[in-house]
Ligand binder design. Sequence first.
Ligand code: ADP
Length: 265
Amino acid sequence: MEMTTPALAVDKLAYRYPDGTVALCDVGFQIAAGECVGLLGPNGSGKSTLLLHLNGILPDKPGSAGTVSVQGELIATANLETIRRQVGLMFQDPDDQLFCATVEEDVAFGPSQLGLPKEVVAERVRSALAQVGLTGYERRTPYHLSQGEKRRACLAGVLACEPSILVLDEPTSGLDPRGRREFMALLREVPATKLIATHDLEMVVEMCPRSIILDGGKVVADGSTMELLDNEELMLAHGLERPHSLHHLRIDEPFFWKPPQQPGR
Ligand code: ADP
């Protein structure tokens, strides 16, 4: 049997915050290269804490146990730089990610940190801005952008580092329907392996063939998005709900309009 190294492997990961709060407990899963996986769960279930572990923001800390490997390489303080080249994390709040005076500087920040030559950084910034449709926004102030533009600027900053794994925390929150659609279309074009933490279950139905559900810091389900999200009992038990788009699958339900029976001729 051919063994391929998973893009991401999490094994028996546990984390307790300094105040004693247990945020993750025995979390384990693997993601193959090219997968797009939804990470679901109610508020406080541990999604953000898990995402922070995936690019080593909380590595080797007291309170941590277990391992995270990226392309087969264990995350540890010694190789954090390599890991951060491979895993691009987009924060939940764009204002946490955009802190420079201009869009151009913000998008250049990541690749500059990677120690790339100036010309390479400039080319990556140009290309990332084009990819997210923000060409011409170079000199704009991130602070004054619309919510959708801010999200796209954040994505450009992450893409400019050319990560093989893209980790997104609530990428559609705060977007209006058009902004949300545009952002989803952009994400689809990115060939990286993706893990998307979100409450936007309709996006998950459209974009993620597989989902992982966290609750109380544990993985409570991992499998086909259609099967998990269509399981009303499972969804309600973990503070979620079955997306409306899946309702059409259940034509036996009382709210579903059925044509009146035609009398036989
Ligand atoms: P989610 O992203 O799913 O909402 P989080 O990872 O933010 O979940 O939180 C998981 C648990 O850890 C929650 O009980 C939350 O209250 C707790 N928590 C999050 N951040 C901190 C922190 N800095 N200090 C203490 N507890 C925290």
